[in-house]
Design a protein around this ligand. Structure first.
Ligand code: ZN
Length: 191
C-alpha cells in the first residue's frame, strides 16, 4: 500500500524514532508499504518518520541511480552494491568516517527542493535487517550519503539542518512556503 508522505512542517518529522524490539507482522507490513511508497516516489531512501511512524526503521535502494556511484564493503571486502539492495535498516548505529564531501541532496518530505549538503564520505553501519539478523557494512558514495540522511530522519534531524547558511538561504522561500502549506493542511485536518 502506498502511504502518504509526511511533508516538512509536520512535527512528526522532528520525532526521534523508538527502537523496534520485535519484527512483528505489523512491522513487516510497514516495511513493504515503505518500499512501495519509496519506489512510487522515485526516492532512494525513506524513513519511518516520513510515513508518520516514529520508529528506528528506514528502507533504501540506490539501484535506480546510475550517475552517482556507491561502494560497499562487508568484512573489509568489496561487495556488489546491487546485490545488497534493497536494504532495510532497523535500529541502525552508524559511524561516519573519511573526509567531508559536498553533494546534492533531496528529500521526499521536501518535494522539488535540492541543495548541497556536506557529509563524511563513508559510513560504517550496524543494524538489524528485516529477517531480524544483525548486518554490518561500510558504505561509500551515494549510499553513504543516503544512509546518513535516513539515519538523521530517525533522530528527527532533517537535511536542512546540515546545510550551510548559504545553501539554506537559496531554498529559504521554498521551504517556508512548504512549511506554511503543511501547517495549513494539518490545521484543516484537525478541524
Ligand atoms: Zn529525507
Amino acid at each position: 500500500m502506498i502511504l502518504p508522505i509526511v511533508m516538512y512542517g509536520d512535527p512528526g518529522l522532528r520525532q526521534k524514532g523508538v527502537r523496534i524490539e520485535k519484527i512483528t507482522p505489523d512491522v513487516k507490513r510497514l516495511i513493504d508499504d515503505m518500499f512501495e511508497t519509496m519506489y512510487e516516489a522515485a526516492g532512494v531512501g525513506l524513513a519511518a518518520q516520513q510515513v508518520g511512524q516514529a520508529l528506528q526503521l528506514t528502507v533504501l535502494d540506490v539501484r535506480a541511480v546510475k550517475d552517482r556511484p556507491s561502494t560497499l564493503e562487508v568484512d573489509g571486502k568489496p561487495v556488489d552494491v546491487a546485490a545488497f539492495m534493497p536494504l532495510v535498516l532497523i535500529n541502525p548505529k552508524i559511524t561516519p568516517s573519511g573526509d567531508p564531501v559536498k553533494g546534492p541532496e533531496g528529500c521526499l518530505s521536501f518535494p522539488q527542493v535540492y541543495a548541497d549538503v556536506t557529509r563524511p564520505e563513508s559510513v560504517e553501519v550496524e543494524a538489524t535487517n528485516a529477517a531480524g539478523k544483525t548486518i554490518h557494512f561500510k558504505a561509500g558514495g551515494l549510499l553513504a550519503r543516503a544512509v546518513q540522511h535516513e539515519v538523521d530522519h530517525l533522530n528527527g534531524i532533517l537535511f536542512i539542518d546540515r546545510m550551510s547558511s548559504e545553501a539554506k538561504a537559496e531554498i529559504k522561500n521554498e521551504i517556508e512556503t512548504l512549511q506554511a502549506e503543511t501547517r495549513a493542511a494539518l490545521k484543516k485536518k484537525s478541524g
